[in-house]
Ligand binder design. Structure first.
Ligand SMILES: CC(C)(COP(=O)(O)OP(=O)(O)OC[C@H]1O[C@@H](n2cnc3c(N)ncnc32)[C@H](O)[C@@H]1OP(=O)(O)O)[C@@H](O)C(=O)NCCC(=O)NCCS
Length: 166
């Protein structure tokens, strides 16, 4: 378990798969800027038990209830990350705190100099999260991501080890 000010994060476990399946099949949870992939509990369990490069995390509030999820994984020489917070728990600073914990963990535990994240230009909450954590916008990737039937633009953000040390 990695601890933050408002939330803690821990790896996704088998005991999470019921709520994880329900939440990830709910468009109010995933929102308009994430791929909506309807997946059965069985498929999610197979995926959870398979070998994968990406690490999935649960965001827990301080009462130990799940409030969202994070994912991080290697991409070439650097890592990328993504995040979702349940609509009942948004605008409390949870995503910002959780992303800070994950960035700290990745820079402390991996020999990397860069972490990257993408976000839709209309996703103002996500932009706020990245900028509050110290990510820098590098540019716009045009029609870079296929989401819910359309190719959408995506801002590219990164944080470097040097930014994080400051
Ligand atoms: C993006 C998301 C993770 C943010 O989670 P969160 O826990 O609410 O984030 P935080 O509370 O840490 O910060 C949200 C910030 O965005 C701001 N915000 C929220 N909605 C906003 C809007 N419509 N316009 C402008 N700012 C907005 C909040 O005021 C807050 O900033 P502040 O602390 O400076 O006031 C959440 O909205 C979500 O899960 N969305 C659906 C999935 C998604 O889009 N994930 C990101 C993919 S890149």
């Amino acid at each position: 378990m990695l601890k933050g000010k408002m939330v803690n994060i821990r790896p996704l476990e088998s005991c999470d798969l019921d709520w994880f399946t329900d939440w990830n099949n709910n468009p109010d949870y995933t929102g308009p800027f994430e791929p909506l992939e309807i997946n059965s509990r069985d498929n999610i369990e197979k995926w959870h038990n398979s070998e994968k490069k990406d690490q999935w995390w649960v965001i827990m509030d301080k009462q130990d209830n799940p409030v969202g999820q994070l994912v991080s994984g290697p991409q070439g020489d650097y890592y990328w990350l993504g995040y979702i917070v349940h609509p009942d728990h948004r605008n409390k600073g949870y995503a910002t705190d959780a992303v800070k914990i994950l960035v700290d963990y990745l820079f402390r535990s991996k020999n990397i100099i860069r972490i990257q994240a993408g976000c839709n230009p209309k996703n103002l909450a996500s932009i706020q999260v990245l900028e509050k954590v110290g990510f820098t916008k590098e540019g716009l990737k045009r029609k870079a991501i296929y989401i819910q039937g359309k190719y959408l633009d995506s801002f590219l953000y990164s944080i470097l080890r040097d930014d994080w040390k400051k």
